[in-house]
Design a protein around this ligand. Sequence first.
Ligand code: PXG
Length: 288
Amino acid sequence: MRVYIDGKYYDEAKAKISVFDHGLLYGDGIFEGIRAYHGRVFKLQEHVDRLYHSAKALLLTIPMSPPEMMRAVVATCRKNRLRNGYIRLVVTRGVGTLGLNPNRCKQGSVIIIAGQIQLYPEAYYRNGLAIVTVPTVRNLHSALNPAIKSLNYLNNILAKIEANNAGVEEAVMLNAEGYVAECTGDNLFIVRDDEVLTPPLAAGALYGITRRVVMELAEEAGWRVREPNLTRYDLFNASECFLTGTGAEIVPVVKIDGRVIGSGKPGPVTRQLMERYHALTRVSGEPI
Ligand code: PXG
């Protein structure tokens, strides 16, 4: 594998970043996780736009333009002959001093890794996933806005540890008011009375690109899509529940905090959205 760092390609073993990079010292940086399907990068423009929005929020200057970034991603895929896989795009604040002042960092670093991703095991897509709500509250948007896809993912990692301790793979994170925000690496949806519902972004969720695609697909299929605040009670009494994310795609949820959701099997709306999503990934994206 050849890894892109600041305009050059390095062998995996030589792809290294300084220990004085503020991305390492403080989690001061941003990232994107992108998928390639059938020789096309899926929703590349949307991921690059979100990257630049994260950068804007952190006053982080990315040392290249968005079109240059798109070309670098495609070029890295080509270099690695990647047709189906996962692209991790990272921008760090760059090398600075041991103090946290970001102004001491002269230039940000851009890293592009084109590899593979471990999806959830196939059985979860067929049979559904059990998840739990966890005590770790989602970051307040007034503290560290969950819309920023920053390298500081400890809030999510703490929740993931709590999910693992409970013997499940994913955690539902609530915000400080107790409303559902999202999961540690996925957005959450429920189906109720022929409506497809997902928490509003202001509840403390990442502006998920898969979330947006799924909302569009659901509307096209004729379901009403809304973004109300949701409580645990709403999740327990949903007829269906599923998670969305670049890595996970659409994964059905059949149990939350021990409560069986709907029939206890992936529901018809979820299954139809999964089909429509896969169909879209077969035909759409930036050619490599
Ligand atoms: N919420 C959070 C906190 C995320 O990190 C999503 C929602 C889904 O957003 P997208 O735009 O991907 O639909 C994410 C994205 C991984 C992995 O390795 C995680 C994500 C993406 C790709 C891989 O676990 N999270």
